[in-house]
Design a protein around this ligand. Sequence first.
Ligand code: FEO
Length: 396
Amino acid sequence: MVGTIEITTGIHWIGALHPELRIFDDLFPTEHGTTYNSYLIKGGEKTAIIDTVKGKFTDQYLDKVRSLVDPATIDYIIVNHSEPDHSGSLAYLLEQCPNATVVSTQAAKTFVTNMMHKPFASQVVKDGDTLDLGGRTLRFIMAPFLHWPDTMFTRLEEENLLFTCDAFGAHYCDVQHIFNDETEDFTSARQFYFDCIFRPFKDKVLAAIEKIRHDVIDMILPSHGPIIRRDPWKVIQQFEQWSKPTSFGKKVVLLYLSPHGNTEKMAQAVAEGAALDDIEVACYHTVGMTDNEIRTLMEEADALVFGIPTVARDIPPPMWHVLTFLSTVRLKTNLAAVFGSYGWSGEACKMAEERLKGMGLKLVAEPVRAVFSPTDEVLAQCRALGAAVSEAVAKK
Ligand code: FEO
């Protein structure tokens, strides 16, 4: 176990390392493990802790706190974000800190209340509120949906330190080092982390960056991965770049699978029908595409059209995989359409229709289905479907 690390006089890293973690929250691969960073700040009069650690590390965490201060002298526990990897130790820390007040957004207060189910002293803060620790001032910057509704940043004004919880972090654990100027470059891990966690909230990332754009920032202290002591603005600019729109013209994106070539014939007819001046039609057979290529196309789309054959009474697994991306991207459209070939039962189009509606998309027209090979009549229906999609896009 690594002990505490003094970042600057009176400010200590008291987090936990989890280098062997390979799947985060049962959801995302973490090739390089992760860290759960927590910080202790001593002011001239008050002491604050910023975020806590995952519950399984509670014992070592409390030992770290006790090694620096008598927990009874802790005045504030700042909860920038209440997800259990940062609040799992909170109830146990509060038991040791009878004089501590939990400082958070209203949403975070509600969330930790529903996690801990026990009373605690609390103070809800809003954008721009400050807390005086005695010679050290904390200012709170609301950053909702980075990546929960409850999130905020905490800035230590006098020293230009920005505590951002998940934002600008990475699932990356270097057991020897805690600062980014001591580690290897981990930009690829940071980008993968961004794609897993922040990609659906790109507009919120850009909004939060606008709030800090004119601040001097000497260090970013995130809740995962190394502290950003070297080039903090480079990391903010990376998040900004990854969040910016990548396409500006109007675009219909057509994604399909076609085990026997039938749905592909339909896709070509839909694409023909969708061809309209000033509208790009991007038509892709998804086999061989990377997840990020598909997600980028989804984000660029002004309409999403899916060609889905029925296999074994279901949407084939590779296309289910594509449809799961709808909740992991920031769509700019709610227009969609579906078509596909089937042999004898043909459930896939109906299933896809329900999935798309469940994700807030609206079908431009009824799905077009073909029994095995599409007839000329079905291909004409496909062209009409494509035309309806592009006309709906043109009207937007
Ligand atoms: Fe690291 Fe959203 O928790």
